[in-house]
Design a binder for this molecule. Structure first.
Ligand code: ADP
Ligand code: ASP
Ligand code: MG
Length: 438
């Protein structure tokens, strides 16, 4: 069985929902993962932020607008009065849930429950639409099988066991629809897989049912060699290895949620990226092997903080780095990049929740310098296969860019540089002009 995921734009209007229905109803049994309609999760985040600020009146205005939009969607989506009524019930239920948080205290569980409503509405509406059009379609409630543990890591054993029993409970169908993004956490509360998490839902389900293929359908014809939001003349890549795609996704390529590739890689399930607006295009295929063509692509991850610890005590001493890393471990803060000299170590983090405490602890070892608003630009490919002189080519392409850190040699797929976020666009464009399209 295949797992197909359709993103926000792909289900962003009644017309697009119908296009998704036409795409998936080819007679092959499958699981279809849907995001919320585009713009919905952002709107729900905004509503939640007003509720956090106790600005109930503004929250209610935004809730009212969003509800009105959905009523319009229902009216356009269904033909029969009976289904229009059922569609309105779906919308009503979701908005009753949202409105229930406009009185009393508001907390993270409330926020996560509100954020879940986008996927709950889209999946219920598309299931109804497909049944109205004569397709035997059943909804698999993601909250009954999708789970993260206390470290917020996906619990694949739980997911595997529970998706099987949920499928059995709902009964046989030609097509199954489920919500992307949403899950339950270790406390059994509603939670999510972070923004963009529907891709990850699809790959977790793919791994759980040992799918033949995981397809991520979106609004672009596949993985491009640079970020099309910042750079002109990007080109689609036909094939990537799991490792290359994982590095690009981890380092900011928005087309894939950072963790999407991992479950697929473990079970060697091909991942195909496809364009809902141009379904005949072959897209990008992600498999075990790289086709070995040197530098493939670049990606950029914003919101990075660089920390430099300068200390005379580092000179010729052992155990210094392990003490430094222990502090990050104690504060459960992952490190992305590292570089060292005899008297200093620089590293980067993106989770700054414990930055003040980390800084305080590090100060026991030496002078601490913090630079915020940095971006990691990551150059990915089968770099070992590249002819000699790869590094000079990269440095030439980065001529004039104020590089703060470089990481090379950690894997054969990746060279990363840290630049101020102000210089990100220039860096990406220069890499496109001199390295990718040159
Ligand atoms: P969806 O809502 O379908 O999940 P996303 O907006 O999350 O879609 O991801 C698709 C978008 O990712 C594209 O429209 C594009 O602007 C952006 N993007 C960023 N980097 C890349 C890249 N390297 N290749 C393709 N798209 C990219
Ligand atoms: N709807 C969620 C978001 O906007 C999840 C997703 O689209 O993948 O982040
Ligand atoms: Mg996405």
């Amino acid at each position: 069985m295949k797992v197909l995921k359709f993103g926000g734009t792909s289900v962003g209007s009644p017309e697009n929902m119908r296009a998704v229905m036409d795409l998936v109803t080819d007679g092959e049994k499958k699981i279809v993962v849907l995001s919320a309609m585009s713009g919905t999760t952002n709107a729900l985040v905004e509503i939640s932020s007003y509720l956090h600020k106790k600005n109930k009146d503004t929250a209610l205005i935004f809730i009212g607008k969003l509800e009105q939009n959905y009523k319009q969607v229902v009216d356009e989506l269904f033909t029969s009065d009976e289904n229009k009524k059922k569609g309105l019930q779906v919308v009503q239920e979701a908005f009753d849930t949202i409105k229930s948080f406009t009185s009393g205290a508001f907390n993270l569980v409330g926020e996560n429950t509100i954020l879940a409503q986008g996927e709950i509405i889209s999946t219920n509406l598309v299931t109804l639409l497909m049944n109205e059009n004569g397709y035997n379609t059943k909804l698999l409630p993601a909250l009954d099988f999708m789970k993260i543990d206390e470290d917020k890591a996906a619990d694949l054993v739980f997911i595997r066991q529970n998706i099987a029993s949920v499928m059995e409970t709902v009964g046989d169908a030609d097509y199954y629809i489920t919500q992307g993004f949403i899950c339950r956490d270790a406390e059994n509360e509603i939670n999510n897989l972070q923004r963009g998490g529907s891709d990850y839902t699809a790959s977790l389900i793919g791994a759980a049912i040992d799918a033949d293929e995981i397809q991520i359908w979106t609004d672009i014809d596949g993985f491009h060699n640079n970020d099309p939001r910042y750079v002109e003349n990007t080109k689609k890549i036909d094939q990537l290895s799991f490792n290359e795609a994982a590095e690009l996704a981890f380092f900011g390529a928005k087309i894939l949620h950072p963790q999407t590739v991992l479950p697929a890689r473990v079970q060697n399930i091909p991942v195909r990226l496809k364009n809902t607006m141009n379904p005949t295009d072959s897209g990008t295929l992600i498999t075990l092997e790289s086709d070995g063509m040197g530098i493939k692509a670049v990606a950029a991850k914003d919101g990075i903080t660089a920390i430099k610890i300068r200390s005379g005590r580092m000179l010729n001493a052992y155990g210094f780095l392990s003490k430094v890393f222990k502090i990050f471990e104690d504060f459960r803060t992952p490190i992305d990049m590292i570089s060292t000299s005899e008297v200093a170590v620089s590293l980067t983090i993106d989770d700054t929740r414990n930055l003040d405490s980390i800084k305080e602890e590090l100060a026991n070892f030496g002078t601490v310098i913090i630079d915020q608003d940095m971006t990691i630009v990551c150059i990915v490919g089968d770099i070992i296969q590249e002819e000699q002189g790869f590094a000079p080519k990269v440095f030439k392409a980065l001529d004039g860019i104020p590089i703060r850190m470089i990481s090379y040699g950690g894997s054969k797929h990746n060279i990363s540089v840290l630049v101020p976020t102000d210089c990100k666009k220039q860096t990406l464009q220069s890499l496109s002009d001199n390295l990718l399209n040159g």
